[in-house]
Ligand binder design. Structure first.
Ligand SMILES: [Zn+2]
Length: 380
C-alpha cells in the first residue's frame, strides 16, 4: 500500500494543472477526489455529506495526504501555508478517500490497539525521583528529546504547545502552535483521527480546557487565542470527551471503572479501541514557581494516577500505556533544588507498559516519533 502513496503524491502533482498548484488558490474537493482515484486505480466512495459545491484549499488537502503518508510510516514534506477552520472541517471526503486506500491493502490487516498517554507537564527525572513515589519504582523505557521546530542558534527549548503537538500529531512545530505545523497547516490529531474511526477519545487535564496540552488534541491555533480554542472545542466530534478535572488520580480511577463496567458518561465500551490522554498540569506550574512542596503534592496525585493505570494495563495487556513528561520545568537537580524559573531542554523520561511497550524502548526517541508510534498502534 505504501507504494500507492508515493505514486499518489506524484500523480496528484501531475494531474493537477500547474495553475491550480500555485499557492493560495482554491481547488474543488471533488476534483482532488478524482485525482486520488485516478492515481491509485481504486474506486473511492464519495462522502454524501460533502457536496461538489464545497471547496477546500488544495494546500490543505495535500497536507492531509501527507498525514496519511505519515500514518503509513513515511514522513513527507509539508509545502504550503494557509488554511482556515472552515476548510479543515470540509475535508471529510479526502479523509475518507485515504481511509479507503489504507483499508484496501490486503497485506496490511488492521488490528487497532488502545493507548493511554499520561503526561506529567514539566516532569523530568528528578521530579520523579524527588517525589520518591510509585513512578520512581518503574524502569525508564526511553528518553524523549523535546526540541521544537523553531530552534535558533541561541534558543531551543519547547513549550507545552509544541511538545504536545509532537505527541498529538507526530510532527515538530513551533512554540505556541497547537496541532498545526510551522506553516500553520492544521494537522489531524490522534484524537480527531480516532473519532473519525468511531473510537472514543478522552482528553482530561487539571489545566483549563484551553490549556496548551489538552488543546493540542482538538484545536488548531496558537495557545494565546483561548476564544479560538473554545470554537474548536465546540466543533469537536462527540466521540472526543474533553474534561477539566481536579485530581488526575480520581479521574483515572473513574475512567477505569467506566471501562470495566462497559458504560459511563464517556460511553466507554469494553472491547473497542480508545485513546485516553490524562495530564497532570500542575507539576509545571509549581515548578515555574520553584515551589517544591506544592510540586511534590502534585506528583503524589500523579503517582497514584499512574499506579492505577499500570494495574489496569496489567489486567488488560492489549492496551498500551505510556507515561511521559512533555518537557522539564525548573531545572530540578538530583538534590531536589530548582535552578531555573522556566523550561529546560533536557530529555524527559518515558515509561511504557502493555502490548506495544517495546515500541518505546531504548535510547532517546524524538517527541514527534513518540507521537507517530502512538498513532501506528491505534491505526496499524
Ligand atoms: Zn511551563
Amino acid at each position: 500500500m505504501k507504494k500507492y502513496f508515493a505514486s499518489i503524491l506524484v500523480a496528484v502533482a501531475i494531474i493537477l494543472p500547474p495553475g491550480i498548484r500555485a499557492s493560495g488558490q482554491l481547488a474543488n474537493v471533488e476534483y482532488v477526489h478524482l485525482a486520488i482515484e485516478q492515481a491509485s486505480g481504486i474506486s473511492i466512495p464519495w462522502h454524501p455529506a460533502v457536496s461538489s459545491k464545497q471547496v477546500a484549499n488544495l494546500e490543505y488537502l495535500l497536507s492531509v495526504i501527507d498525514m496519511a503518508n505519515l500514518e503509513a510510516g513515511k514522513l513527507t514534506q509539508y509545502r504550503f501555508h494557509t488554511s482556515s477552520m472552515k476548510q479543515a472541517v470540509n475535508t471529510t471526503a479526502v479523509h475518507m478517500a485515504i481511509d479507503s486506500l489504507l483499508a484496501a491493502d490486503p497485506e496490511n490487516p488492521r488490528t487497532p490497539g488502545s493507548v493511554i498517554l499520561m503526561i506529567g507537564d514539566g516532569m523530568g527525572i528528578n521530579h520523579v525521583n524527588c517525589s520518591g513515589g510509585y513512578i520512581s519504582t518503574l524502569p525508564v523505557s526511553a528518553w524523549v528529546s523535546t526540541d521544537p521546530a523553531d530552534c535558533t542558534q541561541w534558543w531551543c527549548i519547547t513549550d507545552s504547545a509544541a511538545a504536545t503537538t509532537a505527541y498529538s500529531c507526530g510532527i515538530k512545530t513551533n512554540n505556541n502552535f497547537l496541532a498545526m505545523n510551522p506553516s500553520k497547516i492544521p494537522c489531524e490529531t490522534v484524537a480527531q483521527r480516532a473519532a473519525r474511526a468511531g473510537y472514543r477519545s478522552v482528553i482530561a487535564s487539571n489545566d483549563s480546557l484551553t490549556g496548551a496540552t489538552p488543546a493540542a488534541f482538538f484545536a488548531h491555533t496558537t495557545r494565546h487565542e483561548p476564544e479560538v480554542i473554545l470554537e474548536w472545542l465546540a466543533l469537536a466530534p462527540p466521540m472526543i470527551t474533553v474534561g477539566s478535572l481536579v485530581s488526575p488520580a480520581a479521574y483515572t480511577e473513574q475512567l477505569i471503572s467506566q471501562y470495566n463496567s462497559g458504560e459511563g458518561e464517556n460511553g466507554l465500551i469494553n472491547g473497542k479501541p480508545f485513546f485516553w490522554m490524562i495530564e497532570e498540569a500542575a507539576i509545571d506550574w509549581t515548578s515555574h514557581y520553584n515551589d517544591l512542596p506544592a510540586m511534590l503534592a502534585r506528583m503524589d496525585d500523579f503517582n497514584d494516577a499512574v499506579q492505577a493505570a499500570v494495574a489496569f494495563v496489567g489486567q488488560n495487556p492489549e492496551i498500551t500505556l505510556i507515561i511521559a513528561g512533555d518537557h522539564e520545568t525548573g531545572g530540578l537537580t538530583e538534590n531536589c533544588v530548582f535552578t531555573d524559573l522556566g523550561h529546560t531542554g533536557v530529555d524527559v523520561p518515558l515509561y511504557a507498559f502493555g502490548e506495544h511497550a517495546a515500541l518505546f524502548t531504548g535510547g532517546v526517541i524524538p517527541n514527534d516519533e513518540v507521537g507517530r508510534r502512538i498513532r501506528r498502534i491505534i491505526f496499524p
